[in-house]
Design a protein around this ligand. Sequence first.
Ligand SMILES: Nc1ncnc2c1ncn2[C@@H]1O[C@H](COP(=O)(O)OP(=O)(O)OP(=O)(O)O)[C@@H](O)[C@H]1O
Ligand SMILES: [Mg+2]
Length: 414
Amino acid sequence: MSILDDILMIGQRMKSEQLSLKDSISESSRVNVSDEQVEGLDRLIYNHCMNKSALADFFGKSRNTFSKILSEMEKRKLISEPIFQNKNHLYTRFDVQTIMAELKIPRYNEMYVPRVIVTENHKGGTGKSTTTVTLATAAALDLNLNARVCIVDMDPQGSIGSNLIRSTSEDNIYLTITDILLAEYEEEGDYAQYITAGYSEEDIIANIPFSTHLPNLDVITAFPTDDRFTDTYWRLDKEARNRLLTRFRDVVMPVLKSKYDLIFIDTPPQDSPIIWSTNEAADGLLVPITPREYDFASTTNYMLTIATRLKQLPSQGENIKWMKVLAVNVDDKSQHEIRTLNKLVRTVQDKFMTTNIKHSEAFVAAAEKGRTVLDIKKSEELCPPKQFDTAEMSITSVYQQFINEIKRFSAKGE
Ligand SMILES: Nc1ncnc2c1ncn2[C@@H]1O[C@H](COP(=O)(O)OP(=O)(O)OP(=O)(O)O)[C@@H](O)[C@H]1O
Ligand SMILES: [Mg+2]
């Protein structure tokens, strides 16, 4: 046997041992079950509990009136009893969401149209996934925004999606966006089996998002086999390629936009049909860049090609209403980085966000736990307190600028 036959055999043997998306999700959620419990709650749910007096302030009610509303809701079994901790009465985000609905707090979709924000940069390791998940989490935690948020992982090699899944339901459909996009070309695939079982395409799309630790944050995972999108694309003729590139926008997005207000898409570090299909479905582009010379050089390259690429797409890039470059993983103490930041200010000009995400050990500590920095508490001591503050402050300022800009081009009736 030649070495090539050996390689082929190895590939085939590995394929037969490979887990499906469903099995790999059940495998990873088994790990999550053993995660730490606090006050009888999953650590992640506990970390986002809010206390009654802060909530009374948010709802603009006196402590007395608010207590009455809460005990009434408790009696009607709409919310559970709070966690009593010293003088604090803590409510989970799931209960807070129910209270918001009961008190008719305005929802995002009453004032703004749904938006799809794609994070991309062809350079690897620039902080795309970290930025996407952190901003999406910040949006979900923003009570004033009151939005339903979904993260879509389009990076076949990434795993942000499966890290975020906290629970699965009977209704969940174990498919990726790519499985849906390629349906027409895969008569034997998993998608086809759901259709045979009587699901409509819309039902399938509506049920692929998984729940997370936040009531208004869902996630759609990617899977390494999604890489086949590129092979399929190149096999098609021009007309079929265009049809494939518009499917995300025309078939998947209407369903997702009816369920979610803000859809954040994380992409792989490549210039490939997966990115083009995602760009065709986007309303806005966020380009994270670390202020290092190599990143500057490759982002320059990306900037020089992206306009041409967008023009070649079916919508010719006219769907893109917003674009910003965001400096991430910034170390203010490095003279080298400050010089690169200055170069970015001079060249990117008004498309450069004035806020940036600082370098902090908190991001690394959070990533090790499969969480975002917004999901850790300072008191957990997962990193030095100063590092925690740096991370939290920079995320808060970037999020505020980001969401104000999104609101500005998304207000209804404009
Ligand atoms: N602000 C930050 N401070 C410290 N470390 C960070 C920060 N942002 C990201 N990192 C770390 O940098 C690494 C790369 O980040 P991330 O995975 O988000 O990049 P990416 O662009 O998605 O990479 P890829 O191109 O491989 O998908 C990760 O280990 C992450 O924990
Ligand atoms: Mg990534």
